[in-house]
Design a protein around this ligand. Structure first.
Ligand SMILES: Cc1cc2nc3c(=O)[nH]c(=O)nc-3n(C[C@H](O)[C@H](O)[C@H](O)COP(=O)(O)OP(=O)(O)OC[C@H]3O[C@@H](n4cnc5c(N)ncnc54)[C@H](O)[C@@H]3O)c2cc1C
Length: 298
């Protein structure tokens, strides 16, 4: 663990919240909806709204998450520019796969009524198999359900091939979780080369890649290749996280007539937000600067 991670890990919750403010819409369902409206109204951006929560263990807390997702769906309905994202560890996977799958199905069914897309986030490698197993039967029944794959994992090309006969929306990202060399590339250069390749494999298999990265050269490489292949602009999209400063590039993508979607998390209970916020801070260049300043007192 690096120095920056140690400092962030030792930070108390309220301080994490202050530093991480740009990365979240705010507190409560209304904050997520308001941010999605603002991003679309002012900048032409799409959103995937996420209720922050992971490591939710008690069934009553999981059910509260499900009910909150029903409220989000109700609040966002009618907005073609908004989808939702959710995580297995927030919806009961630590209890049982069948229970989690049932919760996912309830949410996907409720969203389907309004034609709203739902993305199943991918967590660390211990959940990859279960997440894929839960995904497939629900995708069989609902076209509004997509998943995330991580290019750092060696297994991902096989996972794409085995994903589903039906076309799926697949967010392809390098993956945020540190994984050991037995299962994953360790160098970001490799992860990004694989991400580029996997966009092509997804297209070859008829899927819709949601290219989730802030790496400008990689995005430009993907755009060039997609143009060379003459892939229709409604057959893929780009995604970034709220709070990462990429306004110009995002506007360039919007002007190309393409979907540029931001991941818009909001918190209902701050205790569930801390893990997400710490992960964001660990990747933030300004956070690195603050650690250096505190160390050297400049
Ligand atoms: C929409 C979306 C959804 C995602 N969903 C998942 C998921 O379900 N599972 C999963 O494992 N991972 C997920 N991720 C995270 C992803 O896997 C990467 O960890 C993350 O996007 C950073 O990788 P990168 O490709 O942007 O490259 P990096 O090299 O990490 O970042 C490129 C550049 O972006 C900038 N940047 C990146 N992060 C920050 C930050 N926090 N603050 C300021 N600048 C920053 C920096 O300038 C950095 O140099 C998601 C990412 C996005 C964009």
């Amino acid at each position: 663990m690096g120095l920056k991670d140690t400092v962030i890990d030792l930070m108390p919750g309220p301080l994490v919240r202050t530093f991480a403010a740009p990365y979240i819409a705010g507190k409560g369902v209304a904050s997520g909806v308001a941010k999605a409206d603002e991003l679309h109204g002012k900048l032409g951006l799409y959103s995937t709204v996420d209720l922050l929560g992971e490591e939710v263990f008690r069934r009553e807390d999981v059910e509260a998450m499900v009910q909150l997702y029903f409220s989000i769906i109700e609040a966002l309905k009618g907005r073609s520019y908004a989808s939702i994202s959710l995580k297995p560890t927030q919806l009961g996977i630590t209890d049982s796969e069948a229970y989690c799958q049932d919760n996912l199905r309830r949410i996907v069914a409720a969203a389907a009524v309004h034609g709203m897309h739902v993305t199943l986030d991918m967590e660390d490698r211990h959940y990859t198999d279960a997440t894929l197993r839960m995904f497939r039967p629900i995708r069989e029944d609902f076209g509004n359900f997509g998943i995330v794959l991580q290019s750092r994992l060696y297994r991902t090309p096989d996972d794409i091939k085995m994903l589903h006969a039906k076309p799926c929306k697949v967010r392809i990202c390098i993956g945020i979780y540190n994984e050991p060399p037995e299962v994953a590339f360790q160098d970001k250069v490799d992860m990004k080369a694989k991400l580029f390749e996997q966009v092509q494999i997804l297209l070859d298999h008829g899927h819709y890649p949601e290219i989730a990265t802030h790496d400008e050269p990689l995005i430009r490489r993907c755009i060039d290749q997609l143009d060379k292949r003459a892939v229709s602009k409604d057959a893929y999209e780009f995604q970034m996280l709220l709070g990462v400063p990429r306004t110009e590039l995002q506007q360039e993508i919007v002007k190309r007539g393409q979907i540029m979607r931001l991941y818009v998390p909001f918190a209902e209970d701050w205790k569930y937000a801390v893990h997400y916020l710490k992960r964001r801070l660990a990747h933030s260049p300004s956070m690195a600067l603050m650690v250096m300043k505190n160390l050297f007192g400049s």
